[in-house]
Every structure is written in C-alpha cells, then in structure tokens.
Write a protein that binds this ligand. Structure first.
Ligand code: PBG
Length: 344
C-alpha cells in the first residue's frame, strides 16, 4: 500500500512509540524506494540459452519447460534477432542430437558440422555483434548421457579432456565467442586454454562452470536435449556434492589459475550463498545459471495461477544480482528483457 505524502489526518492518534529511527520512511513511495535501491537488473545481465534441433522452420515445445522450444537453425537465427532487439548481449547454444548420431564416445561433439557449429555460423553471419556461448561437455552426444568417456563404469578424466579440447576447437572455428566447459573434469580449463591459444584463438573467452553441483534441478534440461531417458546412473563422481561450500572455492580458484576469464555457479537459487562467497573471495566476473528446474518451478506455479509468474521471475533474477552475480543464464531472458524494456 502506497503511503501518500499528505499531512497526517487530524483523527490520527499521536505516535505512541518514541522512535528516532523509522526504516519505513525510506519506503514511503515509489520514488523514495527507487532512490535508495541497491541493486538493479538490466538486459546487460542476461544470457539466453537456446535449444537447437535438426530440421527446418520448426519450433517444438519442451514439455517440462512451458514457453521454451527446441529450434531448428533458421528459428535459432530468429531468436538471435530477438535477443539483439532486446539488447540481450549473449545467447548460449545447446543441441538436441538425433539418437542415431549418439555413440559411446560422443563423436558428434567434435564434428565441425554438428548442429551447434551450424547454428553458430548461421547466427554469427547475420548478427556478428551478438555474443555466442557454447557449452563444452559430451552429454548431448553420448548414448549413455554422461559428460565424459566411460570405461568399466568409470568416467575417464584425462581422456575426456582431450576430446573436450577438440570440441572447443570446432566451436571456436565456427565462430563461438565464449567456450563454457560444463563437464567438471579436472584440468579441462587449462587444457582448453592451451588448445585455443595454440590454434590462434587468443580472443575466445572461457566461462567455466566452476562450481557445478550434482543437482535434481537439471531434469527438464535433460528432457530438452534428450538425455533424460538414456542417462545411466548419476553424475556424482564429477559434479559437486550439494553439501559443500569450501570445495566450491577450491574449484573456482583452480579454474582461474588455469585461465578462466569468467566463472559460474550452477544451479542458482539453492546456491546463492556460493555466488556470494565466490564473488567476495575472487572478485572475478561471476555468473550464475538459473537452471531448467528452477525455470520449470516458476513457470508451472505461474501456469497454475499459484504465483504471479512475472513478479516471481523478476524477484528471482534480482536475487542473483543481490547475491553478487554479474550475469545470469536464464530461460526467462527474453521475458525479463521485454519487461525491463516496458519499464523503460
Ligand atoms: C551439460 C549441461 C547440463 C546443464 C547445462 N549443461 C546438464 C547436466 O549437467 O546434466 C543443465 C542446464 C539446465 O538444467 O538448465 N553438462
């Protein structure tokens, strides 16, 4: 309720509390609240993840992510155009790989003409000034849905890193601006940096998924990229234990030492404490991923009329800023940017 800046009505009782400090004074009206506002969200803070799929001129809804579609390359170019119009600085690309192209080794990841590379080329050709981020990990390409190579039921670290370097290289060759390793193998950031530099890609940035937790909130994403049904077991031998916080700082420290230009915490809302610790400790460009499950919760509750979806979206995004994030990967990016544009 707005308090009017009007004189106190004669009928009001005299103040009964002898308060010198009344914090509510700074909240008395919209202009007063704007004046003392500590954090703001702008379109500059947003990275918009897109799902791409083979085919032409088609958008297929992702059932568990209401409002999110899988896009054929031509449609991804249209969404890139929308990002440009909304002043969103960067998009992120994730592929749905045809089952026939998936194998044990994730071979399609290093195919220079895979869906991600095709999309990067098509988007950069039309919109060279839009930032394009590519995820590095094998899970969209493996028949078993894991981020790395497997032998005797174990995820192989160093062998996987060698493949990830090749994946990063085909993406950089296609024109990708930011390489974002999400695999959580040890040493991958350093190896990718070395590979990029040796190939002359000195300007290609690395945003590492530095503190990435083994999370239940990735469910809808695995649905979107088609790895939900095929994933055998879980990812706890490489993604972090959600009980840990000091370990996140060690992971981030390593990635910075190995050459990460930006670091990321993932998921978002259950890990705001990690965002704050990382930002305070390292003063690095710090990003947070509001993942598919977080999006799904807000979208579903909103769709059922249980919460005001737009307000919950903006509140959740502002929460990331308050926690210290410099930017947010979020499926809400276009809606949030539209809203910010309306507000002027
Ligand atoms: C792949 C990857 C995942 C996400 C981003 N990159 C899933 C996973 O690790 O299983 C999740 C994103 C989301 O849930 O929105 N390594």
């Amino acid at each position: 309720i707005e308090m009017r800046d009007a004189p106190r009505p004669k009928t009001a009782l005299a103040p009964s509390l002898d308060l010198v400090v009344r914090p509510r004074r700074n909240r008395k009206s919209e202009w007063a609240r704007r004046l003392v506002r500590e954090n703001v969200l702008t379109a500059d803070d947003l990275i918009w993840p897109l799902f791409v799929v083979d085919g032409h001129n088609k958008r297929t809804p992702v059932a568990s992510m209401p409002g999110v579609d899988r896009l054929t390359v031509d449609q991804a170019v249209r969404d890139a155009e929308r990002a440009m119009k909304l002043n969103i600085p960067c998009i992120a690309l994730f592929p749905y790989t045809e089952p026939s192209l998936r194998d044990e080794f994730g071979s399609e990841a290093t195919n220079a003409d895979n869906l991600v590379c095709q999309s990067v080329r098509a988007i950069k050709k039309e919109f060279p000034n839009l930032g394009v981020l590519c995820d590095v990990a094998l899970d969209p390409f493996t028949s078993h849905g894991h981020d790395g190579l497997i032998e005797d039921g174990k995820i192989l670290n160093d062998e996987t890193v060698a493949v990830l370097v090749r994946q990063a290289l085909v993406q950089a060759e296609a024109g990708c601006d930011i390489i974002a390793p999400s695999d959580m193998m040890d040493g991958r950031v350093g190896a990718i940096r070395e590979g990029l530099d040796a190939a002359g890609f000195l300007d290609v940035q690395i945003m590492s998924y530095a503190a990435k937790y083994a999370s239940a909130f990735y469910g809808p994403f695995r649905d979107a990229i088609g790895s939900a049904k095929t994933l055998t077991g879980d990812k706890r031998t490489y993604q972090m234990d959600s009980a840990n916080s000091d370990e996140a700082l060690r992971e981030v420290e390593l990635d910075i030492a190995e050459g990460a230009d930006m670091v990321m915490v993932k998921p978002g809302m259950p890990y705001l404490d990690i965002v704050r610790r990382v930002k305070d400790t390292f003063a690095m460009p710090t990003f947070v991923y509001q993942v598919s499950g977080e999006y799904a919760m807000i979208a579903a509750a909103s769709g059922n009329g249980w919460i005001d979806g737009e307000r919950a979206m903006m509140e959740s995004l502002l929460g990331f800023k308050r926690a210290g994030a410099d930017g947010i990967l979020t499926y809400f990016a276009p809606q949030a940017a539209e809203k910010l544009k309306q507000q002027g």
